[in-house]
Design a protein around this ligand. Structure first.
Ligand code: G
Ligand code: G
Ligand code: MN
Ligand code: NA
Length: 253
């Protein structure tokens, strides 16, 4: 209860921080960054996002939190470009609950307009389970509206939810982010087979694949050899502050 009250206060005061994890193309160029919320509790220190995101969902304030992250991310994208880091887009995570809120689309469009950005400057990451199991028709409708408006949609944590392949094909998403559990299993034959299958599936569906959680040079080389288009992970760049991102030390592929 205390933690929940403190979280509400933090959101009220816009005390939620945003860090950025860069995403790279196969040439090692940073092409995007994923915004990740962070909460530094005044007494308890850093609270895990797993904890406070769920708390925000339960307290019904995830939409407000998400909107704040979105605003910071868009402001920072403009600043990063001004500093010469020419990212193609910024990505934000969208909770299943947010997809069900009727004012989500307008809220997103309003921020984009206010910052002088275009829809293609923003990517929305939704988890596989949130779109595949949504009881609410509205979730899929809003995703479709956003996609038709030019926003990019990525399926996050792909491979961990229940996907019907038929459903995957009809979703308005253009990107698959392969869950990092699969990348960490690339040292096994079975793991390799799974990732090859997912890359092939994405490819045939005309979707861009992103490998998440790339932690070793071996994993990176393996993925590059199989045409994985985009890469993210601690090897290439951990989630970092805006100031660190501006001075991004480039990993040489
Ligand atoms: O940054 P980290 O890996 O610890 O994030 C843990 C989880 O919290 C991830 O699943 C991530 O998608 C989620 N998360 C981080 N920031 C946000 C946010 O702003 N909104 C939502 N909905 N989820 C977030
Ligand atoms: O669910 P989502 O993909 O949004 O989660 C993002 C989280 O994954 C980030 O909070 C980040 O801390 C974590 N993450 C990103 N790259 C790596 C990695 O290479 N290894 C590990 N263990 N975690 C990572
Ligand atoms: Mn994500
Ligand atoms: Na993910």
């Amino acid at each position: 209860y205390e933690l929940r009250k403190d979280l509400l206060k933090a959101i009220e005061r816009k005390d939620i921080d945003v860090v950025y994890q860069p995403c790279f193309d196969s040439n090692g160029e940073p092409v995007a960054a994923e915004a990740l919320a962070r909460w530094q509790h005044p007494r308890l220190g850093a609270i895990s996002p797993e904890v406070f995101i769920r708390l925000a969902e339960e307290a019904g304030v995830i939409r407000r939190l998400g909107q704040q992250v979105l605003e910071k991310a868009c402001t920072d994208l403009v600043k990063l470009r001004r500093h010469g880091l020419m990212l193609r887009y910024i990505a934000v995570n969208v909770s299943p609950q947010e997809l069900e809120e009727p004012d989500l689309v307008e809220g997103i469009k309003r921020v984009i307009r206010a910052k002088g950005l275009e829809p293609h400057d923003l990517e929305l990451e939704v988890t596989e389970s949130s779109v595949m199991s949504s009881r609410e028709k509205r979730s899929e409708e809003q995703l479709r509206t956003l996609s038709e408006a030019g926003f990019s949609i990525a399926i996050d944590d792909f491979g961990t939810g229940y996907s019907s392949l038929a459903r995957l094909q009809t979703l308005p998403a253009t990107k698959l982010k392969l869950d990092r559990s699969f990348i960490s299993s690339l040292d096994t034959a079975n793991g390799q087979m799974l990732v090859e299958t997912m890359l092939g599936l994405g490819n045939r569906l005309g979707m861009v694949c992103v490998a998440e959680g790339v932690e070793s040079r071996e994993q990176l080389d393996w993925l590059l050899a199989r045409g994985c288009e985009l890469l993210q992970g601690f090897l290439l760049g951990k989630p970092m502050s805006f100031d660190a991102l501006v001075k991004l030390p480039l990993y040489k592929l």
